[in-house]
Design a protein around this ligand. Structure first.
Ligand code: BES
Ligand code: ZN
Length: 460
């Protein structure tokens, strides 16, 4: 295992400036007005991958946002690792809740605050710097490297699947490495062996053709906001379970072995409660917090809009109401079957006098790893070298829809080694990455490239 810290520490100031530059670009994929910034961000990243050691790196256009592709072939007989990440970010709003503006990176208390700092630009940047470290220290690695960094992960990776399928030969690899997940604590690096899937919908309830005086009409006209509340309330029962027919049928039982693994993790509900700032945690009855997050599906309202939401009061009966509703899925739920059953349930719950339209946005399948592959041994060794502690095996409640597509397209294992921390505020105001984890993670990744080269070579 190589000690990269001398090189890392000699270059850290420059890298911090570069990371700030990367984070200053508002690459918000969901906002059409930001398409130019998203494209500029792809170019920035390609330039920096070129400078780090992939001169042929290119920006490939798609029907959506561009994909950055870098290939560094060293030896046709050596193993090939594909590194995937995303340079797009979620919207920053509500901006007034940020301590410092979302696209003006700010370093405080050993953290870097900015939208995308942890999800996922900071983690992508760590890979770029790990590559630079490996090449500049002449440590090298007998490893063919491919980088695929997309600009649409936060909107469901609509164009990447097709791109992978069409470029399957060019992108063929023995393993896929992704850093877009978290660690249990700054001292405990983690390998993520499971992700939840997702389906994301929007409900539009329409009643009267226009807003009405709530005195002249209230009580005699079906109110779409009330109707939407009825629908949403009916989607979950008193036990915190979704009432979508068949929702739980394919869900795997949690095994005794899995329960024992969970019990060994340093999970403290009170720390999480204080962190999220709620009076108590809550969810499906009969399960612990980690079981609820990693092994159980859920249904949640992500947004609501109807009627008068300004200052003060306005007596109005709204003509329409909208909700964004997502479901997080676990093996072996099927996103398409779930969304169909969901739509049917919504229709059942809709009172007469209003109509409901169910829009489907992206979906993604749930995923579990086969952790017996040698890349997992490589990750174990490299994380121990970077952080001085052997990693824990965890799952995550979030989704990376492309993961199962990578497995299917390349028949290669996917390894998730991420560097976020609990409370990093991904998708929320004041998102941050820990500066110490950024530094140690770069050493871990550089070692990981080397370890994967050796272990996949032995295995092959
Ligand atoms: N980095 C996350 C995935 C993640 C979330 C990993 C939480 C670990 C914990 C990723 O960028 C993400 O947010 N994915 C979206 C996917 C969706 C938009 C299809 C998600 O999970 O909401
Ligand atoms: Zn992400």
């Amino acid at each position: 295992m190589a000690d990269f810290f001398e090189y890392i520490d000699a270059n850290l100031d420059r890298w911090n400036d570069e990371l700030d530059e990367f984070l200053r670009i508002p690459s918000i994929s969901t906002d059409p007005e930001r398409a130019g910034d998203v494209a500029r961000c792809a170019e920035w990243l390609a330039d920096h991958l070129r400078a780090a050691g992939i001169p042929s790196c290119e920006v490939v256009s798609t029907a959506g946002h561009p994909i950055v592709i870098g290939e560094r072939p060293v030896d046709p007989d050596a193993p090939t690792l594909l590194v995937y990440g995303h340079y797009d970010v979620q919207p920053s709003e509500p901006d007034h809740l940020w301590t410092t503006p979302p696209f003006e990176p700010s370093r405080r208390d050993g953290r870097v605050y900015a939208r995308g700092s942890v999800d996922d630009k900071g983690q992508v940047h760590m890979h770029v710097k790990a590559l630079e470290t490996l090449l500049e220290t002449e440590t090298g690695a007998n490893l063919n490297l491919k980088f695929v960094i997309e600009g649409e992960e936060e909107v469901g990776s609509a164009h990447l699947g097709k791109f992978l399928a069409e470029n399957a030969d060019r992108l063929a690899c023995d393993a896929v490495l992704i850093s877009d997940t978290t660690m249990f604590s700054p001292e405990l690096p983690c390998i993520t062996t499971g992700l939840r899937g997702i389906v994301y919908t929007e409900l539009n309830v329409r009643g009267p053709s226009h807003d009405l005086h709530s005195g002249s009409y209230g009580g005699a006209v079906v109110n779409p906001a009330n109707a939407l509340a009825t629908i949403l309330a009916g989607l979950k029962d008193e036990q915190g379970r979704a009432t979508v027919p068949g929702f739980y049928d394919p869900v795997r039982e949690i095994t005794e072995r899995e329960k024992a693994d969970l019990a060994r993790l340093p999970m403290d509900d009170e720390v999480m409660r204080a962190d999220v700032g709620s009076t108590e945690l809550g969810g499906e009855e009969g399960f612990t917090t980690l079981e609820r997050l990693w092994y159980r599906p859920t249904l949640d309202v992500n947004g609501l809009l109807s009627g008068f939401t300004g200052q003060g009061s306005k007596t109005v009966l709204p003509g329409s109401a909208m909700a964004k509703v997502s479901m997080r899925l676990v093996p072996d739920q099927d996103p398409v079957e779930v969304v169909e059953a969901f739509e049917q349930r919504v229709r059942e719950l809709t009172p007469p006098g209003v109509t409901v339209e169910v829009k489907r946005f992206h979906d993604g399948a749930p995923w579990v790893a086969d952790p017996d592959h040698p890349v997992y041994d490589a990750a174990h060794a490299a994380l121990e070298a970077g952080f001085g502690t052997p990693p824990a095996m965890i799952r995550e409640g979030g989704s990376i829809p492309i993961v199962s597509m990578f497995e299917e397209t390349f028949r290669s294992p996917v390894l998730l080694v991420g560097f976020g921390l609990p409370g990093s505020n991904a998708h929320a105001p004041d998102e941050w990455i820990d500066a110490g984890v950024y530094r140690e993670g770069i050493a871990a990744i550089a070692n990981l490239y080397g370890e994967i080269a050796v272990r996949l070579d032995d295995a092959g």
